[in-house]
Design a protein. Sequence first.
Length: 121
Amino acid sequence: MKVLAFEDSFDIEALLISGNVEMERIEFLQKWNTSEWINDIDEFKPDILLLDHFIPPTKGLEVLQLLNVEVHHHRLNRPTTIIGISSSSMANQRMLQFGADLGIIKMELASLDIWKRPTIG
């Protein structure tokens, strides 16, 4: 399974490891800003996309909205699962309103059942 995280202040891989997520079957990539978000998604082709709401320069909500347009026009493939990972539950609610599949406080990310899924692809 391929996981791409856009998060600028927390090491998400370390957060998952400390939460006992088995990383052996996960190809993980973290981007600390969204300056090249469209290329990052297009090149990495993640199964799971993690979006922080407040990451610069393009906020995670904007990335989600723009990604929806790109997918609609068949210029990008939508990741199987998009997860809002803000520290604010209100920000995660906004992500859900614009098409994220899940929203969770980032410190609780490792608790999601999604990490127990069989390998994708």
